[in-house]
Design a binder for this molecule. Structure first.
Ligand SMILES: CC(C)(COP(=O)(O)OP(=O)(O)OC[C@H]1O[C@@H](n2cnc3c(N)ncnc32)[C@H](O)[C@@H]1OP(=O)(O)O)[C@@H](O)C(=O)NCCC(=O)NCCS
Length: 181
């Protein structure tokens, strides 16, 4: 059964990665996450992803990290943070709050690695559904998610505002996750 095989593979992946070291986020990582988020999304905002509302600074990240169900990991290369993901786990599923790789480290399959770690974490947590919102014109992110089992569930018209006053739709993407039995 392909889903079962995937669940086994994801569990194995969760136990280690060839691509670097992962650190589980804690409240102390708020400044690191603020910096990673800014650097991952500021370049993207020029042509792809728009960050809804304000930039997530240190205090926004402290609020996120203090939420029950907030979980994430930071990917290090040679001890330096180069990528991250953050999810919010609730009774009805997990929401991906953000996932990003620094521009210099993209197209090395590390974003995929982050996403697979995220899915593996959801399997461990017995989450049944993962959802996220992404700008409809964020080609790299949409390609990453759809290549990893996410489907379009809906669209929010003109959800993200761009710096130039224009707006872009958000896609609601989601996938189910095999329960860990
Ligand atoms: C989206 C993002 C995380 C992808 O990270 P990455 O490390 O470059 O992605 P990977 O190298 O692991 O690519 C995995 C797959 O994603 C897709 N992909 C990634 N970048 C792409 C690009 N520029 N164009 C088209 N497809 C792309 C492809 O399907 C790719 O598989 P392939 O290499 O076999 O073609 C990265 O571009 C990023 O951080 N963007 C800014 C933040 C953001 O938009 N986050 C997502 C919203 S939360």
């Amino acid at each position: 059964m392909p889903e079962l095989e995937e669940a086994v593979r994801l569990r194995q992946e969760a136990e280690g990665t060839k691509n670097g070291a992962f650190v589980t986020v804690s409240l102390a990582h708020a400044p690191v996450l603020a910096e990673l988020h800014r650097r991952c999304f500021e370049v993207a905002a020029e042509g792809a992803e728009a960050v809804p509302g304000e930039v997530w600074g240190g205090s926004a990240w402290r609020s996120i990290l203090a939420m029950p169900g907030a979980q994430g990991e930071i990917l290090l290369e040679d001890g330096v943070p180069i990528g991250f993901y953050m999810i919010l786990v609730a009774v009805d599923g997990a929401e991906i709050l953000a996932l990003g790789m620094l521009p210099a480290f993209r197209r090395r399959k590390l974003g995929r690695c982050l996403l697979r770690r995220l899915v593996a974490a959801c399997i461990r947590l017995r989450v049944l559904k993962i959802t996220l919102e992404v700008a409809a014109d964020n080609g790299p992110a949409v390609a990453l998610y759809t290549a990893n089992g996410f489907k379009t569930l809906g669209r929010r018209r003109e959800y993200y505002r761009r710096g130039d006053g224009s707006s872009v739709d958000a896609l609601l993407l989601g996938r189910s996750v095999m329960p860990d039995c």
